[in-house]
Write a protein that binds this ligand. Structure first.
Ligand code: AMP
Length: 439
């Protein structure tokens, strides 16, 4: 029961109004500690109820002091516009019986209108790092009165190349008393570094080890010969699986557009969501997808980040995500709150090794599925190593002493390149260094 928490009655009233009865595990673990003023590092995925876990204690701090104040007293930093909008709604719903005002600062919205909103000084500011920095640099933002700062989906912000902005914004909140950092995964060295810099003696709450992450979701792979073959499989799945809503993930914008075009050409009603779409189109696509205007959404990772969509029970990875964390983020959208979900990854020969890295990361093997109506010729590598990766067939030539040709052919020892693969801190196979580009 939420009444077990020492929350202000106005907040409990809002909780009751929203029909929240039982706190989720992350709420039960985080709310009491956050109410004590502790810094927290919480590992919890989207869909776990993490937003209320930080919004309620944050609002409690603001509502308790009372009296008119014209200062930004809480800052919520998160990676994408969509997540920011969703979080604003959640803050507004929980603060509906209080005088707390909240505002949003994200890219894709009018800069001057935002500056005007900032002049009115909301109590709670929610924003993405890039635009917050622009407003800060334009002299429109004073964060020196922020008491509580929340970094939501911190791992994701780091993946997007926001480390410097995040640090700078933390520094701007010079008088903050509490910092709460949430991430969907345990993250790598970048996250550990950020934690060391911005949190004070934090309590670490691990609400989802990756291996428990997708209990309600069956995870399958289907091998495919090439992209056209994948398109045929997608079409088959959308026509034959039972689902309320499906999301198809691609690694690139171009591929998202291509898959979307293919579906539309075959009369499948779908929406597409990626970073090149303008903000209005993105909002519209999300709203219409949520309301059931279409059952299918094609999206890149960043564009769909943090979206909380009810009834999403089918996730198709058109291509394999570039890291285990990304996979966890994608799959975390289905099988929520005990419901059933199905996650299917389409695997060409160039997806195989990534797929087996993800299997090792999650310590589980995905179900191999064959659909005879759309069966291709590729069914995985001929030989696999103990790691599950494809075994190479090339043999090393034994170089004889004095073999001048071989010596001339031999390349000089290469220095590691700037974009050389990185070893994952989670024991996963080397991961590709990612460009800080918002999809
Ligand atoms: P989040 O992980 O914060 O994105 O939350 C996922 C969804 O669960 C949101 O739609 C919340 O409104 C909902 N939710 C969060 N906590 C509870 C709760 N204790 N009872 C019912 N619904 C909840």
């Amino acid at each position: 029961m939420f009444s077990q928490f020492a929350l202000h009655e106005r907040l409990l009233k809002a909780v009751a109004e929203l029909n929240f009865v039982e706190p989720t595990p992350v709420q039960a673990a985080a709310i009491p500690l956050a109410l004590q003023g502790r810094d927290l590092r919480v590992t919890a995925q989207t869909g776990s109820g993490k937003t209320a876990a930080f919004v309620l204690p944050m609002l409690n701090r603001l509502v308790d002091l009372g009296g008119p104040r014209v200062e930004i007293r809480a800052l919520i930093l998160l990676p994408t516009r969509e997540l920011a909008q969703q979080t604003l709604k959640e803050v507004q719903r929980f603060s509906q019986f209080t005088y707390i005002k909240s505002g949003l600062v994200t890219g894709g919205e009018d800069f001057k209108e935002q500056a005007a909103m900032l002049r009115k000084v909301p109590d709670v500011l929610i924003g993405t790092p890039g635009r917050l920095m622009e407003q800060l640099n334009a002299g429109n933002l004073d964060l020196s009165h922020v008491e509580v700062m929340i970094l939501d989906e911190a791992d994701r912000m780091l993946d997007m190349g926001f480390a410097e902005d995040m640090e700078r914004l933390c520094k701007e909140c010079v008088n903050r008393e509490q910092t709460l950092l949430f991430s969907a995964t345990t993250g790598g060295a970048g996250l550990r570094d950020m934690i060391a810099k911005v949190l004070k003696d934090p309590e670490h709450l691990m609400l989802n080890s990756v291996s428990q992450l997708s209990e309600g979701t069956r995870q399958q792979i289907i091998t495919a010969d090439h992209d056209q073959h994948k398109e045929a499989i997608v079409q088959w799945l959308l026509a034959n699986e039972t689902y309320q809503k499906a999301i198809i993930f691609t690694n690139t914008r171009a591929l998202a557009d291509r898959v979307y075009g293919h579906l539309v050409a075959r009369d499948v009603k779908a929406f597409v969501l990626h970073g090149e779409k303008d903000q209005k189109d993105r909002k519209l696509a999300i709203e219409r997808f949520k309301q059931g205007g279409s059952k299918v959404l094609v999206a890149t990772d960043v564009a769909a980040r943090g979206l909380d969509i009810e009834g999403l029970d089918l996730v198709i990875n058109f291509d394999m995500p570039r890291s285990g964390d990304e996979y966890v983020h994608r799959i975390g959208r289905t099988g929520r709150a005990g419901s059933e979900g199905l996650a299917i990854s389409l695997i060409c020969h160039n997806d195989w090794n990534l797929m087996s890295s993800v299997e090792r990361y999650l310590k589980q093997q995905f179900e191999r599925r064959v659909i005879k109506e759309v069966k291709g010729t590729y069914s995985g590598p001929k030989k696999v190593k103990a790691s599950g990766k494809a075994a190479g067939v090339k043999k090393k030539k034994v170089e004889k002493k004095g073999d001048k040709k071989a010596v001339a052919k031999r390349k000089p020892t290469a220095k590691p390149k700037a974009n050389a693969p990185l070893a994952s801190a989670d024991g996963m196979a080397p991961l590709k260094r990612r460009k800080p580009v918002a999809e």
